[in-house]
Design a protein around this ligand. Structure first.
Ligand code: NAP
Length: 313
């Protein structure tokens, strides 16, 4: 029997590709030279897509595949998949929640500690032989700082739990107050920003959260405030963030995600009050394997008529 055809939207791990190839025929979109040739040859045979948080499935791609039945996302952020179109067409969508929560939460704490304690600059201070000329400057403490979290979902809650160990009072903003939460809820972002010193973005990117962190929010946080973003770049108006950092209207930022990845504003590269990482929230061997296993398990479940493990649509 012919194997089912699956489209991969970008190169993913060797492990994932190997596991998929054991069960399915893989069409690798980055190896397709001609779009017309691709459509003629494969458009009626592709039944599934494996997408990730950067290379998703927009309406054009979905429309070009009339036999598409399922999209298995290798990311918990679904902003690059046209979920409305999927619902219209009855295409199932799965993601990989829970497999990555701890790694991303760990990275958020790492960015907080690094930027507030200026650890990258301190590292360079030692490497560049500057220590002999005098002690490194004083920084400020993380323990006890008031932390505001936007999006108290899986990752947001895991960040809050970790920061409780640092005696940080935690507050949050999301679309609704969580009835069982012990953290203080603010009904809007400005109030949250006005009442915290470290603002952590852990929400999904949607039409509503796009550029939610604008000049007003940044100014409410103020010149002693820090922004940490492990959610999605476009939740922040990046131009306003850069201006605020350059003008020192913000104390600093720790950023794993950017508005136009892999492009990073050149001004950020020259600033010593930012810590930058290249969207590595989930980049550990263990987590990437767990994510890959879930991507495959959802596809296998679908094509053997078993219930999906982590359905979104
Ligand atoms: P989740 O459990 O679904 O949480 C999403 C959170 O977003 C919820 O708390 C939700 O709160 C909040 N939210 C949604 N719309 C909102 C709005 N309009 N205003 C305020 N809050 C809103 O997802 P998760 O697993 O924690 O992941 C969160 C995000 O992290 C993902 O969507 C993804 O973009 C990002 N992520 C990044 C990395 C990385 O490598 N840096 C890795 C994985 C995920 P309410 O429902 O209460 O409003």
């Amino acid at each position: 029997m012919d194997k089912i055809c699956i489209l991969l939207t970008c190169p993913m791990s060797e492990y994932l590709q190997h596991e998929l190839a054991k069960r399915f025929t893989l069409i690798k979109s980055w190896q397709i030279k001609s779009h017309n040739h691709f459509l003629n040859q494969y458009s009626h045979s592709i039944k599934a897509i494996v997408a990730n948080g950067v290379h998703g499935a927009d309406s054009t791609l979905i429309e070009s595949l009339p036999c598409l039945q399922i999209i298995s996302s290798h990311s918990s952020g679904l902003d690059k998949i046209d979920l409305v179109k999927c619902k219209e067409r009855g295409i199932r969508v799965t993601s990989v929640p829970d497999t990555l929560t701890h790694e991303v939460a760990d990275l958020a704490v790492l960015l907080i500690l690094s930027v507030v304690r200026r650890i990258c600059t301190a590292d360079l201070y030692v490497r560049n032989g500057l220590w002999k000329q005098g002690d490194f400057e004083l920084t400020t403490k993380v323990s006890g700082k008031r932390v505001g979290i936007i999006g108290l979902g899986r990752i947001g809650s895991a960040i809050a739990k970790r920061l409780e160990a640092f005696d940080c009072p935690i507050s949050y903003y999301s679309r609704s107050e969580k009835p069982n939460s012990r953290y203080k809820y603010y009904p809007n972002v400005i109030e949250l920003a006005s009442n915290c010193e470290i603002l952590v973005i852990a929400c999904s990117l949607t039409k509503q959260t796009y550029h939610m962190i604008n000049r007003e929010v940044i100014d409410a946080l103020g010149p002693k405030g820090y922004v940490i973003n492990i959610g999605r770049g476009a939740v922040i108006d990046e131009r306003e963030l850069v201006l605020a950092l350059v003008e020192r209207r913000l104390a600093g930022a720790g950023l794993d995600v950017f508005e136009h990845e892999p492009d990073v504003p050149v001004e950020l590269v020259g600033l010593d009050n930012v810590v930058l990482s290249p969207h590595v929230g989930t980049c550990t061997v263990e987590t990437r394997k767990a994510m890959a296993d879930l991507v495959v398990a959802n596809l296998v479940a679908y094509f053997t008529n078993e219930p999906l493990l982590t359905p979104v649509v």
